[in-house]
Design a protein around this ligand. Sequence first.
Ligand SMILES: [Ca+2]
Ligand SMILES: [Ca+2]
Length: 94
Amino acid sequence: MLSNCIIGDINNDGYINSFDVVLLRKLIINSDLSLNKESADINGDNIIDTRDLRELQQFVLGERSSFSTEVIKNISDINTSIVTLNEPIETSFW
Ligand SMILES: [Ca+2]
Ligand SMILES: [Ca+2]
């Protein structure tokens, strides 16, 4: 009953790395594979496709620090801080 699935950790070894990227790619090609499909839906739209693969790749490469499924709250925080930071900087420059 315990839900121990980590988004992106498709082989369920506790780490999100290039092995999971390889597995996700296989899962997209062959959806019959009995892998953890909840972990494979990186962006949380209930479809496992190349968009999930791209997010997972970006995460493994360090281009993003979290997935869109987990960071909906954080994204809104970031947006507001960007808006409040950008405007005063631009006006002070001009
Ligand atoms: Ca893993
Ligand atoms: Ca998805």
